[in-house]
Design a protein around this ligand. Structure first.
Ligand SMILES: [Zn+2]
Length: 91
């Protein structure tokens, strides 16, 4: 595993954590006329996993979509910092 990789924060219903890493992330919130959202304005992050992509699995529609959407306070400690530090939010 790439040592800079951020572990996928997805947790299965049985409590098992995913062994993939975050391969892509996007921040959502008001952009106030710019091309990106400031960290202080982020409402939600959407992540993609190297192993299971969006983790939607067999769930369809909004339920599947929400599985990899996280409010900033739902992310494990340090993950938000790393998303910003590594400039990986727009890849
Ligand atoms: Zn995952």
């Amino acid at each position: 595993m790439d040592q800079t990789a951020i572990p996928c924060p997805f947790v299965y219903a049985n409590g098992r954590t995913c062994c993939g890493v975050v391969r892509q992330a996007r921040a959502y919130g008001p952009t106030k006329g710019k091309h990106y959202v400031d960290r202080a304005d982020v409402r939600k992050y959407r992540l993609w996993c190297s192993d299971k992509d969006d983790h939607a699995g067999t769930a369809s529609g909004i339920e599947g979509k929400l599985r990899m959407e996280f409010y900033p306070n739902e992310l494990p400690p340090g993950v938000e910092d790393r998303l910003w530090a590594e400039d990986g939010l727009w890849g």
